[in-house]
Design a protein around this ligand. Structure first.
Ligand SMILES: [Zn+2]
Length: 375
């Protein structure tokens, strides 16, 4: 059976394939239209065919009236004493993240107990829905999440070691993450970005060369989840100034970099929040049709989901005040948001939605089984 080397590179834009010495020369190339939201959701689409409604979560954190953190709310409320100055607040958030063993980013302490971390990358063992990795036996996973620093290089080193020392795998899967962080920090018009693309291109070529030497019948698949757009504008939203304190009995909200979700049983209040957000002039509240199309219909994801226009970010968001130079999580139809899929094998289309990528990957990694030549 053919063995495939599958390499996932978070945030590698389709447009950046142009000019790569190796990836651009592979026989097949396709554009990926990501689903709604951030990597944590797009990965569930790519590797499990699961839109958020089917995956059961939208974004990494959500409002949840039954959150397990609720019993800690009195403690979090006391920590509000440390919410000024901003740097002290950041330090206290970091300490709380360490104690809870989950990153609480910069979620306001006066409401932290009402939120819950829901998202999980589809290739992690804790992901609880069927994926390519549970359907296909013996995929050797080499994940960045195991490493704290120099993650991508560590992943490539580990993959080389696996190729030298192990034989007991059907395919090898690598997940890489440093490009995404670099683009947020340094933007796409930077030497660091160009060098990183070049380095990844060379590292993939080197690993593929070793893989092909070892396995006579070998395939290569390289893919990403989304692209990136330069950040050109910011919006600051403080709903409390307009609608009073945010509480479970009035309204709750969560601000990601480009998405604001709000929950309220009071539909008049929801309408007023919608009007206020729309009047900011930088984005739209998604209609029910759009929510259905993106697979984000569930009422648990918000009574209202507001998405910013391309290039605009919320500052501050519940992730902090840092200004990113590039961002994703905009409408998936935008060219800037397109991810990529390249392969040594032939592909059935030159453009895929992320859920269709799952079908395509499954077809490629099991194709010998389908034509009955498995030996
Ligand atoms: Zn990102």
């Amino acid at each position: 059976m053919r063995k495939n080397l599958i390499i996932f590179i978070d945030a590698f834009p389709f447009g950046s394939l142009e000019g790569t010495a190796f990836l651009a020369t592979l026989p097949s190339r396709a554009k990926i239209r990501p689903g709604f939201g951030y990597s944590v959701n797009v990965k569930a689409e790519l590797f499990g065919g699961l839109k958020p409604d089917a995956a059961g979560y939208l974004c990494e954190w959500t409002y949840d009236p039954d959150s397990a953190l609720r019993k800690l709310q009195p403690l979090f409320t006391a920590l509000r004493l440390f919410s000024h100055p901003y740097l002290l607040d950041r330090v206290v958030h970091k300490i709380v993240s360490k104690i809870l063993r989950q990153n609480v980013f910069n979620i306001p302490f006066d409401r932290l107990g009402h939120y819950r971390k829901t998202g999980c990358a589809a290739y992690e063992q804790t992901f609880d829905k069927p994926t390519l990795f549970t359907e296909v036996d013996g995929i050797r996973m080499v994940r960045y999440s195991k490493y704290r620093t120099d993650r991508d290089n560590s992943v490539f080193d580990e993959a080389h070691r696996v190729l030298e020392a192990e034989n007991d795998y059907s395919h090898i899967f690598l997940s890489l993450a440093d490009l995404d962080a670099l683009m947020h920090r340094q933007g796409m018009n930077s030497a660091a970005f160009r060098e990183k693309i070049q380095a990844l291109d060379q590292q993939v070529e080197k690993l593929w060369s070793q893989f092909r030497k070892k396995h006579r019948d070998a395939g290569l698949i390289v893919l990403s989840d989304h692209g990136m757009a330069p950040v050109t504008d910011t919006v600051s939203v403080k709903l409390e100034n307009k609608f009073g304190p945010s509480r479970p009995d009035t309204y709750m909200y969560f601000i990601d970099a480009t998405i604001l979700r709000a929950w309220s049983r009071d539909s008049n209040l929801t309408n007023s929040i919608e009007q206020y957000l729309t009047e900011l002039g930088h984005g739209q509240v998604l209609s029910q049709e759009e929510r259905k199309r993106y697979g984000i219909s569930s009422a648990r994801f918000g009574d209202l989901i507001f998405l910013l226009d391309e290039g605009v970010v919320f500052i501050p968001s519940f992730f902090g005040k840092r200004f990113p130079l590039a961002m994703h999580g905009y409408r998936s139809e935008l060219e800037s948001q397109a991810g990529m899929l390249v392969s040594s094998e032939s592909l059935t289309a030159d453009e895929f939605t992320s859920t269709r990528v799952f079908e395509e990957l499954r077809r490629i990694v099991t194709q010998e089984l389908q034509v009955g030549t498995y030996a």
